[in-house]
Design a protein around this ligand. Structure first.
Ligand code: ZN
Ligand code: ZN
Length: 386
């Protein structure tokens, strides 16, 4: 029996009438949720692949239509190619060097250069936005950092403004499609003869023929730019926040602007400092004696050490707040606080002298009537009439 496959709309958690924007948004959300680099739970990778496959089909209007009509039978499984993008123009971004290859994976799955649809338009078309992720250290998120990242992108040619023609007189209507950019073809498929509209192969859908190509871009209309881009990551940035790099995303069409590049910042976690909003929490160990007698001491903050007074008699788990020693808010000049969680460390190894002193202390305490364990038992005895 054939394996029961889940409904593609269910996989993306969207309705059958979802728009392309909704499909895109659902895809991005689920990819973040299940990406094997971000989610180590068992089964996440399978979910991730499922999401990829569903997106590949539903983001393509033609495949979506076939799926809506015939279900899985309508889709050629070899066309649902998972990781490798959908071919076409492939925006080949450079490697992010030490930041891992997650960025490359993302630029592929978020449709780096995916042709937006089988629709053809003669006018200028803006390029697609592209998405990458980048890891930074915890301390870089504290102070902010500037990183040089290699970018490869395209911009419209200044000479021909993206038309690819040497001059305006060199542009004429495409004779194959008479300027419509489309041609009709008949395809023999398992469902019978299907008439479909295809992008005109002579003009690639522009509806125009170029007599003399632009000498600057060889008729491409766009020029490849390689750049060491200086990415400014602001102080206090949170994991998951995106930075927009304008017009350095996917290539435009017919002189349209290029899309934007979004870089999602993933901040590495720190074992000692834990972020919560703009506040920072830290567990700080002190000795039993210091907890009893109180102590003036240095505590670590994300900006260096700070001297504080720990009051005598502080309890395990008590917190001390140090104002303005948390993260800087990205959109204002406010700072969060640091919250120091006191952890009292009870000694396990005692010298002979220490042991004697503690025994002496216990003798002294023996005269008191308020030993906590005895008080607690008294209370329970009264409550339950034990
Ligand atoms: Zn040109
Ligand atoms: Zn044509």
């Amino acid at each position: 029996m054939a394996e029961q496959k889940r409904d593609l709309y269910d996989i993306l958690e969207i309705s059958k009438t979802a728009t392309q924007d909704e499909i895109k948004a659902a895809h991005r959300r689920l990819v973040k949720k299940y990406h094997p680099d971000l989610n180590k739970e068992p089964g996440a990778e399978e979910k991730f692949k499922e999401v990829q496959n569903a997106y590949d089909i539903l983001s393509d209007e033609k495949k979506r239509q076939l799926y809506d009509q015939y279900g899985y039978a309508g889709i050629d499984p070899s066309a649902a190619g998972g990781f490798n993008g959908a071919g076409g123009f492939n925006a080949n971004f450079g490697d992010f060097g030490d930041f891992g290859d997650l960025g490359d994976i993302f630029s592929n799955i978020f449709g780096g250069g995916r042709r937006s649809s089988s629709r053809t338009q003669n006018g200028p078309q803006r390029g697609e936005d592209e998405y990458r992720t980048m890891r930074i250290s915890f301390m870089d998120s504290v102070r902010g950092v500037e990183v040089k990242i290699p970018l490869n992108y395209y911009k419209a040619c200044d000479h021909c403004h993206g038309t690819g023609a040497e001059s305006l007189n060199d542009i004429e209507t495409c004779p194959t499609c008479r300027g419509t950019g489309k041609v009709k073809t008949q395809v023999q498929s398992i469902f019978g003869v299907m008439v479909s509209e295809k992008t005109c192969p002579s003009c690639n859908g522009t509806g125009k023929r170029i007599k003399r190509s632009c000498h600057e871009c060889n008729g491409q209309g766009y020029i490849k730019v390689k750049e060491q881009y200086n990415l400014k990551i602001p102080q206090g940035i949170r994991s998951g926040q995106e930075l927009r790099v304008e017009k350095k995303g996917g290539i435009g069409k017919n002189g349209g602007a290029c899309g934007d590049l979004y870089i999602e910042i993933i901040v590495e976690e720190n074992n000692d400092f834990k972020r919560e909003g703009d506040h920072v929490h830290i567990e700080f160990p002190i000795s039993t004696t210091d907890a009893i007698l109180g102590l003036r001491c240095e505590v670590p903050t994300i900006y260096g050490t700070e001297t504080i007074d720990i009051p005598a008699g502080i309890q395990n788990g008590a917190t001390i707040r140090i104002k303005n020693k948390g993260f800087k808010a990205v959109r204002s000049d406010n700072f969060g606080d640091e919250i120091v969680h006191i952890k009292i460390v009870v000694p396990t190894i005692l010298s002979k002298d220490e042991k004697q002193l503690y025994e002496k202390l216990r003798e002294l305490e023996g005269g008191k009537k308020d030993k906590p364990n005895e008080k607690f038992i008294d209370k329970l005895k009264r409550t339950f009439k034990m």
